[in-house]
Design a protein around this ligand. Structure first.
Ligand SMILES: C[S@@+](CC[C@H](N)C(=O)[O-])C[C@H]1O[C@@H](n2cnc3c(N)ncnc32)[C@H](O)[C@@H]1O
Length: 412
């Protein structure tokens, strides 16, 4: 088991992808929330770390402050951002306080921050107890393991959304691999854990606890007992398939339980291991949002982070590198329209795409997804453009996310 003790000494290559994704997404996020929302913004980092690594690289708190600061400088209607950084390790919390207090955006802009040392769970409880305080929330949850997670907590966070029609987004680093390994242990299925070097950090599970207690803990993290069936039916060689099924199930239930309408995820991979399979999955980044624009922006950012644009495939592949049949994406668009949009109802192309992405996973950027599949539905007369002409009187060909369409006939 890998140690977390000296973790601040080096910035692991797979962390760079995570930071790239966070940094690119937050550029879009802060720009958006500063321009359209008339309320206060809370950025919450539940496992903040020291803010700066020993090798000088910046950690998630500084990435976020800089992105918020740059968006603030550019915005017409400047809105302050409050930051909560939870970090329990004393030395890291001290370094973080120093690093943040010396940051020029913090010094010069009206940003407020608190370094909270009582732990992530207590910090979350405090935010939940003051539901009216903010209008927009972004939660970055990046623990070492998963032992402190709890499905119900995500549902509670999503309830913040009920007030004043505000927005809540979560970006979770979910150690599905750690979860599955513990689940295999608890269900005596260790033989399916591959011999590959799955060096995980200490997940924080109490291996001295009884099997019943460990079972109950996994159920609390996962939100129900579905994990038991997923693991029980996995045969030798199916560890990675089970890992994907676990995360898909977790995301699906967040939607089913009306917690978050849109969810996406990508694997974060150590490319130095298991090269033939394209690397060894370390964990998943799961994005939860109630706004289709958040889902689209994350989809496009994930595609950029996975380098999918620069390595185009002849066939559509998802974020796991698995082949996706275009007929399945086509069917998903038809199903989404059938189930969610009434005849003569208007809908933004981006919203339709977000529903499909949430169902199918990430495959293509929104624009090309809409061009291929919504283009076909327009040709078939199932959809019509609301604005058929551009301002200069030319026929509109745009497939931008805000372009509206009307449903003219059913698609199933
Ligand atoms: C993976 S690191 C976070 C890295 C950070 N997000 C970054 O990108 O720079 C996890 C951090 O969470 C801290 N931690 C562990 N348990 C915690 C808890 N219950 N509440 C808050 N912080 C905790 C650890 O000390 C560690 O610094």
């Amino acid at each position: 088991m890998g140690s977390t003790k000296d973790w601040d000494k080096e910035h692991k290559p797979w962390s760079e992808i995570k930071d790239f994704l966070l940094s690119n997404y937050l550029s879009i996020f802060f720009q958006k929330v500063m321009s359209v929302r008339e309320h206060k913004i809370l950025y919450f980092d539940g496992f903040a770390g020291p803010g700066i690594y020993n090798d000088g690289t910046e950690g998630s708190p500084i990435i976020a402050i800089k992105k918020a600061g740059r968006a603030f400088m550019k915005a017409k209607n400047k809105k302050s951002v409050s930051f909560i950084f939870a970090e329990t390790a004393k030395a890291r919390a001290n370094t973080l306080s120093d690093t943040v207090s010396n940051n020029s955006f913090i010094k010069n802009l009206s940003f407020k921050y608190v370094v909270y040392d009582k732990g992530f769970q207590a910090a979350i409880r405090e935010v939940l107890a003051n539901k009216d305080k903010y209008g927009t929330y972004f939660f970055y949850i990046d623990p070492f393991g998963i032992s402190c997670l709890d499905f119900q907590m995500f549902k509670n966070i999503s309830q913040l959304n009920g007030l004043r029609n505000c927005g809540v987004e979560v970006l979770l680093n979910f150690s599905t691999v750690g979860f599955l390994r513990e689940a295999c242990c608890v269900l005596s299925k260790e033989f399916i854990v591959p011999k590959e070097d799955i060096t995980l950090v200490d997940e924080g599970f109490d291996t001295q606890a009884s099997l019943e207690e460990r079972h109950a803990r996994l159920t609390q993290i996962f939100g129900n007992e579905d994990w038991v069936d997923i693991v029980r039916k996995a045969k030798n060689g199916e560890f990675w398939r089970a890992e994907l099924e676990l995360v898909d199930n977790f995301c699906h239930r967040l939607k089913q339980d009306d917690a978050f309408k849109f969810t996406t995820h990508i694997p974060i991979v150590d490319t130095s291991k298991n090269i033939k399979r394209g690397g060894l999955i370390k964990y998943r980044l799961v994005h939860m949002s109630n706004h289709w624009q958040g889902c689209i922006a994350m989809n496009n950012t994930m595609i950029k982070a996975l380098n999918m644009e620069r390595q185009p495939s002849l066939f559509p592949v998802d974020g796991n590198g698995a082949y996706i049949n275009p007929a399945d994406i086509d069917a998903a668009f038809r199903r989404v329209l059938h189930e969610n949009v009434r005849i003569r109802q208007k809908c933004a192309m981006g919203e339709l795409a977000a529903m499909v992405i949430s169902e199918m996973g990430i495959t293509e950027k929104q624009n090309s997804l809409c061009k291929t599949y919504i283009g076909k539905l327009l040709d078939e007369g199932c959809l019509e453009r609301v604005e058929k002409y551009t301002k200069t009187g030319k026929p509109s060909h745009s497939f931008g996310e805000k372009v509206e369409v009307i449903k003219c006939k059913d698609t199933m």
